[in-house]
Every structure is written in structure tokens, then in C-alpha cells.
Design a protein. Structure first.
Length: 77
């Protein structure tokens, strides 16, 4: 999947989200989107890295402690 395809998926999902609101003003969209994307990202990367946090952190460009904190936040540990 290319970056362009991923961007298109996000745009399409956001457009559907706005349609589902039927004119109601959205709130906390940034946090909602980050939480929606971050959890599956962490799940897949950890699985692909065979649950090696150091490797996963390197792939993600994160400090290992930051990754561990995020894994705990998403209840993935």
C-alpha cells in the first residue's frame, strides 16, 4: 500500500464520518483519529516485530520507553 492509498483511505473515512454526523458539529476529532489509527498500528507492528519492543520502536521511530507507554495506554501489554 502506498502513502497515497493510505491518505485516500483516511480522507474517505473522514468524509463518511462527517456524513454520519448529519450536520452535528464534531468534537475532539484529532484525539479520535489518533486513537483510531495508533492502536492498530501498534498491534500490527508489534506482531510483525515478534513482540520485540526495541525493534518495533526502531521501526516506528520512537523511543522504546515511549512505545511501552503507548502500548500500556492501548492495553496492548
Amino acid at each position: 500500500m502506498s502513502q497515497t492509498h493510505l491518505d485516500a483511505c483516511v480522507r474517505e473515512s473522514l468524509e463518511a464520518y462527517f456524513q454520519d454526523l448529519h450536520g452535528v458539529e464534531p468534537h475532539n476529532m484529532y484525539d479520535m483519529l489518533i486513537k483510531s489509527v495508533e492502536s492498530p498500528l501498534l498491534e500490527v507492528v508489534m506482531r510483525r516485530a515478534n513482540n520485540n519492543q526495541s525493534r518495533a520502536a526502531q521501526w516506528l521511530g520512537l523511543n522504546r520507553n515511549t512505545l511501552r507507554k503507548k502500548l500500556l495506554e492501548h492495553k496492548l501489554l
